[in-house]
Design a protein around this ligand. Structure first.
Ligand code: PLP
Length: 380
């Protein structure tokens, strides 16, 4: 996949515009929430949630960010190849076949359990790692309540253990049950760290907050906040965003062109399966974007819309792989070459990733991270 297509000759078929000022604003706003001594370690995994990992990482470096998280060793290697110099923590599993990439690219690998640490150690090459602790999510990590087991990882001579971390899994929920669970995760983590230090294990950095953790539980502390979705100016849902103590600004706009405008007589169908059949004479615009670019097919048949000339154009019929039809009957003067906004502002109207997520029954993270490699990405 082409992770970072910053085309020197934008064709303007379908593209992403990044708002540098919004990104800087979000960095400052989130920095203001950081507990004392804590630094941002932004998540730029999944091509920076679709925004373009290299473009975002460069801007973060310019803003003074020193450490980033990626999901895979490959993502880390791509950032290195593009000159990103800071610490890069690989949050996910790296297959032993890819172990050579870690030392070669100077990546920090997450150690999920002792046997994994030992396999990595056995290669005889020095590599930096962070140890993952499971405090209740039951995804990756060693169980928090076995510090004597976890401490044995420190016997791995070739592993330079520079951090220990956990992940909160209910920090976005205001329910009393979830709040109690999150606070228990925090206590479990700090208890585990104390247990490791009491056994003589050096633990230079600890971290547990992601976006919702930083937004709702800054008191849980840590040396890093692994902020992802919030950095891009949204949270998973509008509800979470409304509960956020600081104002965030969406960084990404998604746009496409009007390729053709055509008249339909009442009762004539359009698109696959003729799923759009207007009850009146209608006009439709053909947009140069489709589900192959990450525009959800769930927006079909009026569930979603494009914004054209500051007006709402409901999606007509089924979203295609490369093209989408929009009903522009009520929008005057739509012409080929006009810009259609799928995410972002047009006049007084705005569609956010949260809007699309709500319309398609998912979270904004999925909408953004699926935006495809075919899209051009530019700072507007
Ligand atoms: C993706 C991820 C993050 C970032 O999460 P956001 O909710 O987007 O801030 C942090 N930590 C881990 C382990 C992750 O997988």
């Amino acid at each position: 996949m082409n992770l970072n297509r910053e085309s020197p000759f934008p064709t303007g078929r379908a593209w992403i515009e990044l708002d540098r000022d919004a990104l800087r604003h979000n960095i400052a706003a989130l920095s203001a929430l950081l507990p004392k001594g804590c630094a941002l370690m932004p998540a730029v995994k999944a091509n920076a949630y679709g925004h373009g990992a290299v473009l975002i990482a460069r801007e973060l470096e310019r803003a003074g960010v020193k450490a980033l998280c990626v999901a895979t060793a490959e993502e880390g290697a791509q950032l290195r190849e593009n000159g990103i110099a800071g610490e890069l923590l690989v949050l996910g599993y790296t297959h032993p076949r890819q172990f050579p990439l870690l030392a070669r690219c100077g990546l920090t690998q997450t150690v999920t359990e002792r046997s994994y640490a030992e396999a990595l150690d056995a290669r005889g090459e020095r590599v930096r790692v962070h140890v993952k602790i499971d405090t209740g999510m039951h995804r990756l990590g060693e169980p928090w309540d076995k510090p004597e087991e976890i401490a044995r990882i420190w016997n791995c001579r070739n592993l330079q253990i520079t951090g220990v971390f956990t992940h909160l899994c209910a920090a976005g929920s205001p329910l009393p049950r979830d709040r109690a669970f999150t606070l228990a995760q925090g206590r479990a983590f700090h208890t585990c760290i104390a247990g490791l230090r009491a056994r003589g294990c050096a633990v230079p950095k600890v971290h547990l907050l992601a976006s919702c953790g930083l937004s709702n539980y800054p008191e849980l502390g840590g040396d890093y906040a692994r902020v992802g979705i919030a950095l891009y100016g949204v949270l998973s849902s509008q509800r979470e965003l409304d509960a956020c103590p600081v104002e965030l600004r969406p960084v990404l706009s998604l746009k496409a062109r009007v390729a053709q405008v055509r008249e339909l007589r009442q009762g004539e169908g359009a698109g696959y399966g003729l799923q759009f059949i207007p009850q009146r004479d209608a006009r439709i615009a053909v947009l140069t974007i489709g589900y192959g670019d990450g525009l959800p097919r769930g927006l079909s048949c009026g569930t979603g819309a494009a914004l054209i000339n500051g007006r709402r154009a409901p999606i007509a019929g089924l979203v295609c792989m490369d093209q989408t039809l929009a009903d522009v009957t009520d929008i005057p003067n739509v012409s080929p070459g006009d810009t259609a906004v799928l995410i972002g502002k047009s006049g007084d109207l705005e569609l956010t990733a949260c809007t699309l997520a709500e319309q398609t029954g998912t979270i904004s993270n999925e909408i953004l991270s699926r935006l495809g490699g075919r899209l051009e990405r530019i700072y507007a």
